[in-house]
Design a protein around this ligand. Structure first.
Ligand code: HDC
Length: 280
């Protein structure tokens, strides 16, 4: 196996992450290390691999690569062992899954397994899709491959949602979330975001992924995997409305920006552990 990238974290990182995705001071299991039930939200599983060194660079995979034109397109996360440690030294092993040509954009999918460095136990598996505007048309495959849960596009049922959770983000949401490892200037520096086409910095996809995932876990219990498509941007300060439908062991969900009515997460779903009995 190729050499991986280590990432050590402790309860401080867990609390900072939980706050970054909107945990409240009254959510003691999420913000107080001495709470009997202290825990990382399951979406914390995206963090250990986030800055892991990939065995490729995006500029060698697609033409005209520019970091300003890159957006997070989709995310799949699988939690491979429970409970999620609240401190650990991990090693992540990113690899290229596929490159897709959307004509006006290039898509690159990276897969990464994260292990506990001491025990070798697998903790998480992630697949991250980046959507690079202006980097298509290179004659590559037009569609991605089917990889089961990682590529499932969930279809919300016709009935009204079973549960709706509304959560306001704050103007500082991206400034806090970036301290969990994604220092992309797109989320903090308007000079940078302007070049990418956004007047003001936009919220991290993984931040609103975490907020939506928190709505799922707080409504239905722990999940073993979660898949989302980032269908639209979110500005810090906007309110997110997550609509959920329980279909057997799966929570199908989507998230809208209240101010615009537009979807920011679409076709999303999470497979529950034990039918969702393990509540926060
Ligand atoms: O959907 C549009 C959009 O704006 N989405 C929101 C993007 C966003 O806000 N992301 C989060 C913020 S960016 C971020 O967090 C960056 C982070 O700091 C770094 C990333 C870290 C990654 C992890 C590393 C480990 C947009 C612009 C993405 C697409 O809109 P359009 O251009 O209008 O596309 P459309 O015409 O609808 O479709 C064209 C083809 O592309 C497919 N597609 C659409 N949205 C997609 C997508 N594929 C993947 N992800 C998406 N989000 C469509 O299916 C279509 O393909 P086909 O024609 O084959 O059906």
């Amino acid at each position: 196996q190729a050499e991986g990238t280590d990432f050590a974290y402790d309860e401080r990182d867990v609390i900072l992450y939980n706050l970054g995705v909107g945990a409240k001071r009254t959510d003691l299991p999420l913000v107080f290390e001495n709470d009997d039930n202290f825990q990382a939200l399951p979406t914390f599983g995206v963090i250990p691999t986030f800055n892991a060194t990939a065995p490729f660079s995006l500029s060698e995979l697609v033409p005209n690569f520019s970091p300003m034109m890159l957006l997070h397109g989709e995310q799949y996360l699988e939690i491979r062992s429970f409970p999620i440690p609240t401190e650990a030294v991990t090693t992540s092993y990113p690899k290229l899954v596929e490159v897709v040509d959307k004509g006006n954009a290039g898509i690159v999918v990276t897969g990464s397994t994260t292990k506990d460095k001491k025990t070798g136990k697998e903790l998480f598996y992630n697949e991250s899709t980046v959507f690079i505007r202006g980097s298509g048309g290179f004659g590559g495959a037009k569609k991605g491959t089917d990889r089961g849960a990682a590529t499932t596009v969930y279809k919300p049922p016709k009935r009204a949602p079973d549960t709706i959770v509304e959560e306001a983000t704050t103007e500082e949401q991206a400034a806090i979330y970036r301290l969990s490892g994604d220092r992309n200037p797109l989320h903090i520096d308007s000079e940078f975001s302007k070049v990418g086409g956004f007047k003001t910095p936009i919220l991290h996809g993984l931040c609103f992924f975490g907020i939506a995932g928190k709505a799922v876990v707080q409504s239905y219990g722990m999940f073993r995997n979660i898949k989302v498509r980032f269908a639209g941007i979110v500005l810090p300060g906007q309110t997110l409305v997550t609509e959920m439908w329980k279909e057997g062991n799966v929570v199908i969900f989507q998230t809208k920006v209240k101010e615009t009515g537009k979807l920011c997460i679409a076709g999303a779903g999470a497979e529950l552990v034990d039918g969702g009995k393990s509540k926060l």
